[in-house]
Design a protein around this ligand. Structure first.
Ligand SMILES: *[C@@H]1O[C@H](CO)[C@@H](O)[C@H](O)[C@H]1NC(C)=O
Ligand SMILES: *[C@@H]1O[C@H](CO)[C@@H](O)[C@H](O)[C@H]1NC(C)=O
Ligand SMILES: *[C@@H]1O[C@H](CO)[C@@H](O)[C@H](O)[C@H]1NC(C)=O
Ligand SMILES: *[C@@H]1O[C@H](CO)[C@@H](O)[C@H](O)[C@H]1NC(C)=O
Ligand SMILES: *[C@@H]1O[C@H](CO)[C@@H](O)[C@H](O)[C@H]1NC(C)=O
Ligand SMILES: *[C@@H]1O[C@H](CO)[C@@H](O)[C@H](O)[C@H]1NC(C)=O
Length: 434
């Protein structure tokens, strides 16, 4: 749908473009896009930076892997742009976004307040607050990439997003002006970028704890210094759709836009942890199962799974247990703990997937959180009784693992901890080669 005018012209006049030396194949169509993603120390949210509007301004957005779309604070004092266009009722944009609502606004016209526009329900998935907001379009600029470096900046001239009132920002990191939804919708960031630039419906995220991690839109290579193409490391597992929405507000019949995987069992040091496996599948009400979330800072386990996992983990640990440090329950003295390339030497936790030889391995770097110089805690949180989803894999467990979401093939590729290849998610070379 939305492609830059430049792209459109080039697609229509392929011959002319090919003849013009500065308009080579490469500039015609970026292979992929790259966006820096930085962890906010106060909220533990992951912040993606894009450029938007006319004139262009940098916009910080909380990355929401399963989120429905881009939503932004359009308050008059914070949103100025000469290229903002509201989506008119019953337009192609409204139908692409799945909105049949048609609204009016009874104050002075501005982005977020126009008559005869359709609306969506922006969802702050951190605080679980949702409200209504106008669907609009504006310029979005991000850097293209060959997988090694950022290249020239590319523009989507009519990128669809939802305007939210300012109060919806409550609970988001300082300086964030909205959320970037990468979920399963036709107007999520991956969908709009893929259709604007005709690249495969794939994207990848590599979160870092301390520095710039990276999100890629489009296919690999995804190269980290010193020359490790992490897309070569993938193990694949199917992605599942939860037929019942997990959003804060939704209509009957809406499916969840989040990404679920099929964890079948959990092993610790190779031993299967006894858990109620019924909790691992998604039931008729959309409860249960395992999803991946960038808004949960740590993996959340349903109460009985949490108990079984922590008991099994403690049985395998020979270190002295110390008082718990919230939000964690199981903490140890970190004196005398060994260290390995994969983090501190602790029992390996495995999320076993479609068969016994396919598992997401969680090593010390992703399982233990150093809460002080002397204390480290198992970085899992007790989700209590009857949470909606039994296992929510959170940001800390994803850090320094490259995850690729292949929407066409409906599968997840995961690299495992990149420390094994002597690199990290902070090692993408952000020096532009353009
Ligand atoms: C929308 O239309 C109403 C009624 O015609 C008018 O009072 C109002 O000012 C308009 N709002 C905007 C934002 O144009
Ligand atoms: C692309 O945009 C970024 C962010 O605004 C800017 O820092 C960079 O210089 C631009 N790169 C090119 C090649 O124009
Ligand atoms: C396992 O979990 C399911 C779903 O919550 C529950 O209905 C069932 O009673 C549980 N089974 C056992 C043995 O606890
Ligand atoms: C714990 O101690 C037992 C016996 O003392 C030993 O076999 C095992 O390797 C130790 N495990 C760890 C994780 O150090
Ligand atoms: C397990 O699954 C992987 C990935 O789908 C597949 O390549 C492999 O052959 C399977 N192994 C067994 C033992 O079925
Ligand atoms: C990063 O990329 C730039 C531009 O291609 C290159 O000049 C530089 O040597 C690279 N850095 C490293 C550490 O390889």
């Amino acid at each position: 749908m939305d492609s830059s005018n430049f792209n459109l012209v080039c697609t229509l006049v392929v011959l002319v473009c090919m003849m013009a030396p500065s308009w080579g194949e490469q500039s015609l169509r970026p292979k992929a896009l790259v966006v820096p993603v930085k962890k906010d120390a106060a909220t533990l949210q992951y912040i993606a930076k894009i450029n938007q509007r006319t004139p262009l301004v940098p916009v910080n957005l909380v990355l929401d892997l399963g989120g429905q779309f881009l939503w932004l604070d359009c308050d008059r004092r914070h949103y100025a742009s000469t290229t903002y266009r509201p989506a008119r009722c019953h337009s192609a944009q409204c139908s692409l976004a799945g909105s049949s609502a048609c609204g009016s606004c009874f104050s002075a016209p501005r982005p977020g307040c126009n008559n005869n526009t359709c609306s969506l329900t922006p969802d702050n998935t951190v605080t679980h607050t949702a409200t209504s907001g106008e669907l609009g379009q504006d310029v979005v600029t991000v850097q293209s990439s060959n997988g090694f470096n950022p290249g020239r900046n590319v523009t989507v001239s009519r990128f669809l997003f939802t305007c939210a009132p300012r109060f919806l920002l409550q609970g988001l990191a300082n300086g964030a002006s909205g959320m970037a939804g990468l979920g399963r919708t036709k107007i999520s960031l991956p969908s709009q970028f893929s259709s604007a630039f005709s690249f495969p419906r794939k994207f990848a995220v590599c979160l870092s704890s301390y520095s710039n991690g990276v999100a890629f839109f489009g296919d690999g290579p995804y190269v980290f210094l010193p020359d490790v193409d992490a897309s070569k490391l993938f193990t694949f597992t199917p992605l599942f759709i939860n037929p019942v929405s997990t959003a804060s507000a939704y209509s009957r019949g809406d499916a969840s836009t989040e990404y679920f995987i099929g964890v079948k069992s959990i092993r610790i040091n190779g031993n299967v942890v006894p858990i109620n496996t019924t909790l691992l599948s998604i039931d008729g009400n959309g409860a249960g199962g395992t999803k991946i979330s960038t808004v949960e800072p740590y993996t959340v386990l349903e109460g009985s799974i949490f108990k079984a996992v922590t008991e099994a983990f403690m049985k395998e640990m020979n270190l002295t247990r110390v008082a718990s440090v919230a939000p964690f329950e199981v903490c140890f003295s970190s004196k005398n703990v060994g260290s390995t390339r994969m983090g501190v030497a602790v029992p390996i936790i495995e999320l076993v997937l479609q068969n016994k030889s396919t598992a997401w391995m969680i090593f010390g770097a992703n399982s233990m959180v150093m809460v002080s110089d002397e204390v480290m805690c198992l970085g899992f949180v007790n989700g209590g009784e009857n949470p909606r989803t039994s296992i929510v894999i959170g940001g800390y467990q994803m850090e320094d693992n490259l995850l690729q979401f292949d929407l066409a093939a409906s599968r997840l590729g995961f690299s495992s901890l990149l420390f094994g290849m002597r690199t990290t998610c902070a090692n993408f070379n952000f020096t532009s080669s353009a």
